[in-house]
Ligand binder design. Sequence first.
Ligand code: 2NL
Length: 380
Amino acid sequence: MTAELNFEDLNPRVKAIEETFRQEWERFRYFVLDPSDPKFIEHLKAGWADRVSVLQMALDAKDDLERVRVESIGKKSELAALKKEVGRVRQEHRAIAGQAIKHLDNSIGSPLTAAKDHLQRLINRLQEDREAIDVTLPGRRPRRGHLHPITILRERIEDIFVALGYAIEDGREIETDFYNFDALNIPQNPPARASQDTFYTSDGFALRSQTSTVQIHAMQRRGAPLRMIAPGRVFRRDTPDPTHNPMFFQVEGLCVDRGISMAHLKGTVAEFLRQMFGAQTITRFRPSYFPFTEPSAEFDFSCFKCGGKGCRICKNSGWIELGGSGMVHPNVLRAAGVDPEEFSGFAFGLGIDRMAALMYGLDDIRLLFENDVRFLEQFD
Ligand code: 2NL
């Protein structure tokens, strides 16, 4: 049986516990202030000015506070040990010892509880602040794109011909030699094919060197009469330079019917160019040679910039060369299954990229295919 204790035996330990807690508590004192009090945050920021985040500080303080609670009034604390010894205090001192310990327990426990509650409210508020989204802020505007300048131009050309009663036809970019050369009356010999020299796949298919291929398919499929244009990507074995690219864009037009003459060709091309470059535009035709047309002509139009007086754009000639044309060769009609005795037709072709370079004043057509947005976004 252990000896009875006097209150005086316990009292120094009560004082010691109180003192230890008081020292620890210094750091947490202000947490018993109400966190919604503006002075509270001010106080925090002043005291923790060098800390990056008040929230992190509050989370750390919460851990610290819990440690202090465990050490001060937890099951293994000196206070818990003290409570167990109250039973051994002499009868007449026991009530006062009990009261002193209970008072100590409360004087430690209640500020801890208050601080913990307030700290939690502060943490909640800071977390809400951090996660809050200001729904009144304007959204980030997505940058609006636009069509490629070649597409813009192609669509303008299409609109003009659709209004003249032409269909728009599309086709494959990989073709057989028949569609790319033979059907177009291009002789088998290498020199004849050199100007249309294209790329071949390992299976012997050709990348089309003009969109006439689409027109041959269309004549075979639909027969005559026929009015159509074929815009699209074509390929030539050219060394790239400011005016050449091995891949470029073309529009070809074809009109096949009974009694079609050179007059229809001239009227159609002239009307197209007037719609494209203005009512004052004059068109001229120069005799030329293409294997797929007979007779053949190249066409020029009066400069849209100077009106024919001569300027940098038309190289002082007053005229701009644009494309080729002619009456469809009977051999071509025959190859496409159209009877040249019954039908005749005209055809023409022009380069869309060349036209874009002219209209936008580009000194290098390759810029159109580099897909540098800083360049392309100037032309919408
Ligand atoms: C040019 C020359 C031309 C054609 C294309 C054509 C199509 C068929 C039949 C006959 Cl299906 N001809 N197309 C005719 C003459 C010239 O293009 O300088 N293009 C940029």
